[in-house]
Design a binder for this molecule. Structure first.
Ligand code: ADP
Ligand code: MG
Length: 698
């Protein structure tokens, strides 16, 4: 039966070789199975009739019933058109045809009631419908349709070859009638029963040919559930495989941690920090390799948490590595952690692309001997020569700048037992995304900021009010604060952006003639960059003009104002990241979003959201709704998010439910050997043949 759905699409009646190739190319539809899974992206409601007076601008389409009062041919040549006046009890509307005029003209009979369907267009203060579908109301009553009509996505190329949504609908109907006894169930009976799901067959029929609103909703529910269930099952299975395969070193001893707590802890930890440390400690002593994602908004205090976790590992004599995505950030981590490490007589070193050769060699040596306890650095840590005596814990800051491949390279730095892995990200990821992308990781969240932080005040200002803004900056600087001015530089190779930045720098220099200013951008040499950075960190310069290179992790508590130029050009998550650079000290901090008067609707939503909330998770949710999961995370990871029907922006609850079910099943039957789970095995087998992601599951 599986063979039936593997049949090449060209063999479906009405397709043939030519259209077959088009469907392959344009929609990646190769087989019967692909076509049946090409779900409609919306439906047109043919059950509802509107009266003509109810028609308004926002309608995608409308269905009305009325009599044709008069009809006439207007114009000549290519402007020739047929205009018919339709009337119901509430008003009139014009129906217009530009093609097939004569044929339609003959068909339309006065005195009969018609049903018209199409997209209304406003024409002055009246509406018309161009090329409506038109049929006598009497015929419609006997017709077999008249419910929700499915609308399928097609491409321009397909449309040009007359393969439109309607044509697809016809092909799919044909396929469904051929499949009547071929569709087999893909979820276990007990799940279908407990979740009261439609059967696969009912679901497929109703997703394409809905008979009622209720059945359509249930069909969508069933297919979404199935999709999410199998994604979660795959991730959980991967996790299970890894847990069984990879043992972890046991780090039970906490002597260094206790000493640090007693004598050196610089502030009280927040409850969230304590909870996360407990979660990580439980992993470190479990005997299984930890793979944990630590999410925490900017400023939530991930650094100290990572250090405390290192202390647990160091207490047993193993080593730790911390990898950051940029040189500046690695330096900053090194600087911060060295203060703690020195107090505890722990040796710590920094290794980046610009570490001098002699020093590099010493570091390599000390690492191999085990005399160097903590190594901090950039991806230079991944190089072959970097060999540890016994690496116990790898921490990766700012996850999604590194690919999964790099993550796994760090694993291999310990040949005997894989090190425990902690991935830290300051980009709050909506739960649905986290569960889908990192569903094979454990997740910890620091959802609390240290006490005493004043929420950052965010203000939107138009470019025209720059003088006011400058006055405000002057006041803040005279109070001893420092200021960031950030310019968009989406792509470091963009010459125009660089010019804007330099223009901005000059104009700021003119406006603040006696104030020392730093500038940092991606085109600068690393040492020039760090020199400028340093001058700002030490407070020598008061204004930092920069591109988004400062986005990640830089910590200058005295900097309390962030001005973002062309704020409409930044993504929401990026704006939030940037804002997180301020608000780290005791003073009230500000974020000023500068834009022109004209901005698009999406940018307006972004800016309003920023002004309204400081909550990173709320912002991430909005971002997910605005951009969709693919764009949110960059193309790198979006492949995992190509869903057929479920929507991570709106199906969070269902995802949670599907994950719970997958956990339940794997807990009872990890090898899926029970009879009722045979359908799962079959389905996995099927997916392994067709879906790349599945190939790793045994
Ligand atoms: P992020 O999570 O963005 O990496 P950091 O670890 O850089 O945040 O912490 C931000 C600032 O807050 C640092 O200056 C840090 O010393 C301070 N901090 C962290 N935890 C606490 C706490 N519990 N109480 C007070 N200050 C804290
Ligand atoms: Mg950080």
């Amino acid at each position: 039966m599986a063979q039936f759905f593997a049949t090449p699409i060209e063999y479906l009646k009405g397709v043939g070789p030519q259209k077959g190739v088009l469907l392959n190319k344009e929609l990646s539809i190769f087989t019967f199975g692909d076509l049946i899974q090409h779900y409609p992206f919306r439906y047109e409601d043919r059950t509802k009739f509107y009266s003509i007076s109810e028609i308004h601008d926002e309608m995608q389409y409308v269905q009305i019933k009325g009599f044709i009062k008069k009809k006439e041919l207007i114009g000549a040549g290519f402007k020739k058109r047929l205009v018919a006046q339709m009337r119901d009890e509430t008003g009139d509307i014009e129906l217009v045809w530009f093609q097939g005029i004569n044929w339609i003209n003959e068909k339309i009979k006065p005195g009969i009631e018609y049903i018209a369907f199409g997209k209304p267009n406003r024409f002055g203060n009246k509406f018309n419908i161009a090329h409506p579908e038109l049929e006598p109301a009497a015929e419609k009553k006997n017709g077999k349709h008249g419910f929700l009509q499915p609308i399928y996505s097609v491409t321009e190329k397909l449309r040009a070859k007359h393969v439109d949504s309607r044509m697809l609908s016809k092909l799919i109907n044909e396929l469904l009638s051929l499949s009547a006894d071929k569709i087999r169930e893909t979820l276990p009976g007990p799940i279908i029963a407990s979740e009261t799901l439609l059967s696969k067959k009912e679901a497929l029929n109703n997703i394409h040919i809905p008979t009622t609103h209720d059945l359509l909703a249930r069909a969508q529910h069933r297919l979404k559930f199935e999709e999410l269930f199998y994604i979660q099952l795959r991730l959980l299975k991967l996790k299970l495989i890894r847990q069984n395969k990879f043992r972890g070193q046991v780090f039970q001893n906490t002597s260094l941690l206790n000493e640090f707590y007693k004598n050196h802890l610089p502030f009280l930890l927040t409850d969230a920090q304590k909870r996360v440390i407990k979660e990580i400690y439980a992993d470190l002593k479990s005997g299984k390799q930890m793979n944990r994602l630590l999410q925490g908004d900017v400023g939530s205090g991930k650094t100290i948490v990572s250090f405390i976790c290192m202390l647990i590992v160091l207490s047993s004599g193993a080593q730790c590595a911390l990898m950051a995505p940029t040189e500046i950030l690695a330096q900053q981590h090194f600087k911060n952690l060295k203060i703690y490490a020195d107090q505890m007589q722990i040796s710590i070193a920094l290794l980046t692309g610009s570490t001098k050769k002699a020093q590099r060699i010493t570091i390599h040596e000390q690492l191999r001997k085990g005399n160097l306890h903590i190594l901090i650095g950039t991806h230079a840590l991944l190089e072959e020569e970097v060999q540890f005596h016994n690496l116990g814990l790898s921490i990766i800051d700012e996850q999604h700048r590194f690919g999964v491949a790099q993550r796994s390279k760090l694993w291999q730095k310990n040949k005997d037992v894989y090190p425990h892995i902690l991935v830290m990200t300051a980009t709050p990821i909506p739960r649905t995304l986290a569960m889908t992308l990192y569903g094979d990781l454990e997740i910890s969240v620091i959802d609390q900021l240290p006490v005493g932080r004043k929420p950052i005040k965010t203000i939107h200002q138009y470019d025209a009010h720059r003088l006011q803004v400058n006055r405000f900056l002057k006041d803040q600087i005279s109070l001893g604060r420092q200021v960031y001015c950030v310019y968009p530089l989406i792509d470091e190779s963009e010459k125009l952006d660089l010019k804007h930045l330099m223009d901005g720098y000059e104009s700021i220099s003119r406006s603040f003639p006696d104030i020392p200013i730093s500038i940092v951008h991606g085109k600068m040499k690393a040492d020039a960059k760090s020199y400028e950075m340093k001058r700002f960190v030490t407070g020598e310069t008061k204004i930092m003009v920069a591109t988004t290179v400062i986005e990640v992790g830089v910590d200058v508590p005295n900097a309390s104002v962030m001005v973002i130029e062309n704020a409409e050009r930044f993504g929401l998550s990026q704006l939030h990241q940037l804002r997180g650079r301020v608000g780290r000290g005791a003073e009230q901090s500000y974020c000023i979003l500068m834009t022109g008067y004209k901005t698009g609707t999406d940018s307006k939503v972004r800016i309003d959201t920023m002004v309204k909330t400081n909550n990173g998770f709320e912002i991430a949710e909005t971002d997910l709704k605005l951009r969709g999961p693919g764009d949110l995370l960059g193309t790198q990871q979006s492949g995992a998010l190509d869903l057929l029907i479920a929507d991570l922006g709106t199906d969070g609850k269902l995802l949670q439910r599907a994950r719970e079910k997958a956990i339940e099943i794997l807990a009872e039957d990890p090898e899926l050997t029970r009879a009722e789970n045979q359908v799962i095995r079959n389905q996995i087998e099927n997916m392994r043949k067709t879906v790349v992601n599945w190939s790793r599951i045994s």
